[in-house]
Write a protein that binds this ligand. Sequence first.
Ligand SMILES: Cc1ncc(COP(=O)(O)O)c(C=O)c1O
Length: 368
Amino acid sequence: MSDAKLQSVLSSLAEVYRQLDSLPSSPVPDAGCVKLNTNENPFALPAAVMQSALAALERQYLYPEDDNISLREAAAASYNLSTDQVIAGNGSSELLSLIYKAFLDPGDRVAMLSPGFAYNRKLALLQGARLLEIKWGESCLLPIHKLLFGPAKEAKFILLANPNNPTGTFVPIADIEGLVAQSDRLIVLDEAYVDFAPDSALRLINRYSNLLVLRTFSKSYAAAGIRVGFGFGHPQVIGRLRNIQNLFNMNVIGHAVGVSILANRAAYDENHRHIKFERERVRVALSQLGFSTTPSHANFLLARVPAGRDGTWWQTSLKRKKILVAVLPDESLEDCIRVSIGTKPQMDGFLAAVDDIIGAEMSRRSAV
Ligand SMILES: Cc1ncc(COP(=O)(O)O)c(C=O)c1O
């Protein structure tokens, strides 16, 4: 296409699409790199789950089951809910996007606790909604008053992640219940990292019609590339989301892996134990290297880098050593990196790289 034609095609796009171009995007994966930037879980699937994925490949010529019935039934049975309280998605990010479409008109307000999952900024922009970012309280306490009585009172729904991304902090379920009980808004509670945390709010689903809980198999079940996520809530809220979901939104492998993971959750106990152990080991090691870390309940650590350099400098320095970490687009987190917890060799490699970088910095400083 000639440049003139391209300009004419692009100029037809609304302002919102121009704004989307300016949002940060994920770094392009580099095959030779250790990926500690998007909170994947680098372990193999349990053998039984892998078997079901391979068996599903033999059904490649069939459309997948519509409305994800068997997967929703399996999830309902596993979590003691009814099937109409469950929606299944091509990852939980598909479900987040449906929530924006289902509950917001252009110009509406939505509230998110900040810092939070940055993808919500894109979703709000796409829906023409105004995203109100409410700061977490001191030490990441839930700012219930601000969510109930401030401008957030006008929000169509309130989003929070527990454990939170990117801080890794966890708020007690009693605090979440306090918010849900006192609010007449829909509370979207994103539990993407809950399997690394001490508790979950799923038991509140039958008590509160304004609570919608999201889960994913991307983080704790090592299936980010297969895309399996769930939403749990009141049948009418779930029904509204299912109504606007694409036909055949998941594929046969996602269905088979989802059902098989639900049947084999105990096979992940060692995986979760490993990640929690490594998370603490790396946290202590980073503190000894001059970073300041927040205790995390997720499969990543948020670390404030030693004085003198910012998060982007560390990200670039680590990338030169083939290690990818994330930096955050939030003000007040410019001096931080977020590091996913992987295998022991990966984390040893990360710590050795950090040590090397500090050594080189010290030599450079003593030379000037
Ligand atoms: C808080 C949170 N929610 C949702 C997601 C999306 O997960 P997925 O779409 O892979 O299920 C992520 C991924 O990083 C996340 O950090």
